[in-house]
Design a protein around this ligand. Structure first.
Ligand SMILES: [Zn+2]
Length: 396
């Protein structure tokens, strides 16, 4: 009988355990003994580990997911394609969720609840899921306390000489959220390479300070990316992406600003893809993150929107001039959650599209990456001048 199933928090991850877990001492998932099987209508997930590690598991609704959190654990040996023969599980993904915490997420094709979740002495975790009605699933699906997310764990730091304008560079996706994938290449790796490259170019130029929202392969919620930039006092926010487009053909660089309406179907499709990041990572977006976003939106001043639009125009113009003549930059707008800082001019740049063969080659080419970073520097230099004039006009 299923009554008010509370999320199963079987082994509380203490603050200490999270803070001290390091990759060096981390447990590893072992391929041998890790499996996903169907047993008499139930689905069983077994995870074999090299050493015992704290874990907890819970389910989330809309869409239906099972989340397994582990103390920082290497997931490199996790077998691929575990879910392919299990119709109840439509996808399985995993990765570093935040410092000291790894996460495995199963997308459930049908409502299933956790019947049992146990760790054995030989460092194995067994989770048994049984089918349930949609109503019972909804009752059982409760997000864990938000306190688990601790911003102070983030390693973001400002680089560059004091007094210079601070640019926040946001490498899209990361950790459990791979972003787009094509031919074995993950968007999260390209965006991180580009963010680091652009950071180096900006620091070498000597006119900027830089903060990265992430400097490693880690998942960071969209709202938190904005907060990192705000806490640091960023003057501009640049989110870097390289997606796969299934609607129409997209090629070359596209610069986006925030628009609640969305200009074109393709812009709306791309925004929807980017906004999925929190869902992919197993965060309940109907929760406080959305409330935070609402508050931020209410606070939002028209001035920032005007500045963001002009910022995006300026970047697109600069890229139009400096980019490869064959591939012109485009300018679009849509409802990106990561562009909702109320007080920082923000743009999202799709550097290229992994769905385009030549873009995909470029995106992986260090020489192309460097020239793109230099073009973005030209754009930022231009924007600093334009912004100064614009703020002067807005003040008068
Ligand atoms: Zn993306």
């Amino acid at each position: 009988m299923l009554k008010r199933l509370k999320p199963l928090i079987l082994c509380a991850i203490s603050a200490v355990a999270l803070a001290v877990a390091s990759p060096a001492g981390a447990a590893e998932v072992l391929a041998d003994g890790t499996s996903l099987t169907r047993v008499n209508g139930a689905v069983e997930l077994s995870i074999a580990l090299s050493a015992p590690t704290p874990f907890r598991t819970f389910t989330l609704d809309s869409p239906r997911r099972l989340v397994v959190d582990l103390g920082e654990t290497s997931l490199e040996a996790m077998p691929r394609g575990l879910s392919s023969a299990i119709p109840e599980v439509s996808a399985l993904r995993f990765g570093l969720f935040q410092l000291g915490q790894s996460r495995i997420v199963l997308d459930l094709a049908v409502p299933m609840v956790i019947e049992s979740a146990v760790a054995t002495k030989d460092a194995r975790i067994h989770i048994r899921l049984v089918s349930a009605s949609a109503a019972d699933f909804a009752v059982a699906a409760i997000a864990p306390p938000a306190a688990l997310w601790r911003p102070e764990q983030l390693a973001s730091s400002v680089e560059g000489a004091e007094g210079l304008p601070l640019i926040a560079l946001d490498a899209g996706h990361g950790g459990i959220d791979n972003g787009a994938q094509r031919d074995g290449v993950s968007e999260k790796d390209i965006t991180l390479q580009m963010a680091r490259m652009l950071r180096d170019v900006l620091l070498e130029d000597g006119h900027y300070r830089v903060i990265l929202t992430r400097d490693r392969d880690i998942y960071i919620p969209l709202g938190e990316r904005v907060e990192i930039a705000r806490r640091a006092g960023a003057r501009a926010f640049v989110s870097l992406h390289a997606d796969v487009v299934t609607l129409g053909r997209a090629r070359g660089t596209t610069v986006f600003s925030l628009s609640e309406a969305g200009e074109s179907q393709q812009a709306v499709t791309i925004a929807t893809l980017e906004n999925r990041s929190d869902l992919v990572a197993g965060i309940s977006v109907e929760g406080e993150d959305d409330q935070l976003t609402q508050v931020l939106l209410q606070m939002a001043h028209r001035q920032t929107d005007a500045l963001s639009n002009r910022f995006a125009d300026t970047m697109a113009e600069a890229l139009w001039v400096y980019n490869d003549k064959e591939i012109k930059s485009r300018r679009m707008a849509a409802g990106f959650r990561v562009l909702r800082a109320p007080d920082i001019p923000s743009v999202l740049i799709e550097l290229g599209f992994m769905s385009d063969k030549s873009d995909l080659e470029n995106l992986q080419d260090p020489e192309w990456q460097l020239s793109m970073a230099e073009n973005l520097l030209h754009g930022l230099n231009l924007w600093m001048k334009v912004e100064k004039d614009m703020r002067g006009l807005l003040r008068n």
